[in-house]
Write a protein that binds this ligand. Structure first.
Ligand code: GLV
Length: 322
């Protein structure tokens, strides 16, 4: 009898996806709430046929080289910038991700941040809890009106389009910048620099790549309107955070809403934590019960398909199939 494949799962996953995995493979799940340190990750993957990993796990070329049996890398995320896909492809290892299922949840969270930043929700709640609410005040906590405002969507993929649908419902004008084909997308397409000048709200929905890393730096923040807001639910490294902290402190822009940072979590003492007019969340874009359960199930489906020798249903490097 051929031995069952060994799969290292880097964290406890929601739902019963790991039970399904365990019906077909020897599943070893890293315990606890923190990611395995890199050395532990590498030594567990070294003897595994597959790894089911998270965006917190760095699956780099050295780790892949040290895992001679590895036949599948399955990320529980749509983004896969934590994985050296070129190194995996060179070894013929398929890399899986979880597109589609998190689109609506992530667009909802982007809108939650847009509303929170525009209407100063965190600040208003602190005001109440601090015991400072004394009367209705015509000048209290005035924010940005979304109806009629221009939203600038950077990246018109699935999530960007889902944000556009929500923006249309709020009566916003839509402009967008996209590197890819944005066939049928709503709104006016324009270069990023024109979008930054035009938008009242700039919201990022592109993947982190060599081209998008650091794409919003001092120059871009200074090009935005002083009353504008920056929203990031994509990847922290797309924004120069030191420049953003200065932009908020010095009023180059009016506020920001971030669900992502670089690194995550933001280290104690980072200037960003002291910046004004910032809503900061702990990377919860896809964090609904339904979405995270589905993401875990998809990651297991990708993994098991590869271990059976079938095509991964959601593979980011289909070149491995020739
Ligand atoms: C979350 O950030 C994801 O890429 O799924």
């Amino acid at each position: 009898m051929t031995p069952r494949p060994r799969v290292f799962v880097t964290r406890t996953l929601p739902g019963d996806a790991v039970d399904e995995l365990a019906r077909h493979a020897e599943a070893e799940v890293w315990p606890g709430g923190l990611p395995p340190p890199y050395d532990a990750l590498a030594s567990h993957v070294a003897g595994a046929d597959a790894v089911i990993c998270l965006l917190t796990d760095r699956i780099d070329a050295a780790l892949i080289a040290g895992a001679p049996r590895l036949r599948a890398i399955s990320n529980v995320a749509v983004g896969y910038d934590n994985i050296d896909v070129a190194a995996a492809t060179a070894r013929g290892i398929p890399v899986g991700n979880t597109p589609g299922v998190l689109t609506e949840a992530t667009a909802d969270l982007a809108f939650a941040l847009i509303l929170a930043a525009a209407r100063r929700i965190s600040e208003a709640e602190r005001y109440v809890r601090d015991g400072r609410w004394r009367t209705w005040d015509p000048n209290l906590l005035l924010g940005m009106e979304l109806h009629g405002a221009t939203i600038g969507i950077v990246g018109m993929g699935k999530i960007g389009r889902a944000v556009a649908r929500r923006a249309a419902g709020f009566g916003m004008r839509i402009v967008y910048a996209s590197r890819g084909d944005a066939e049928g997308a709503p709104g006016a397409r324009m270069p990023l620099d024109a979008l930054l000048r035009a938008a009242d709200i700039v919201t990022l929905h592109a993947p982190l790549t060599d081209e998008t890393r650091g794409m919003i730096g001092e120059h871009e923040l200074r090009s935005m309107k002083p009353a504008a807001l920056l929203i990031n639910t994509a990847r922290g490294a797309m924004v120069d955070q030191a420049a953003l902290a200065r932009a908020l402190n010095e009023g180059w822009i009016a506020g920001a809403g971030l669900d992502v940072a670089d690194p995550e979590p933001v280290p104690a003492g980072d200037p960003l934590l002291a910046a004004p007019n910032l809503v900061l969340l702990p990377h919860i874009g896809s964090a609904t019960v339904a979405t995270r359960t589905r993401m875990a199930a998809m990651a297991v489906e990708n993994c098991l398909a590869a271990l059976r020798g079938d095509r991964m249903p959601h593979c980011v490097n289909p070149r491995v199939y020739g």
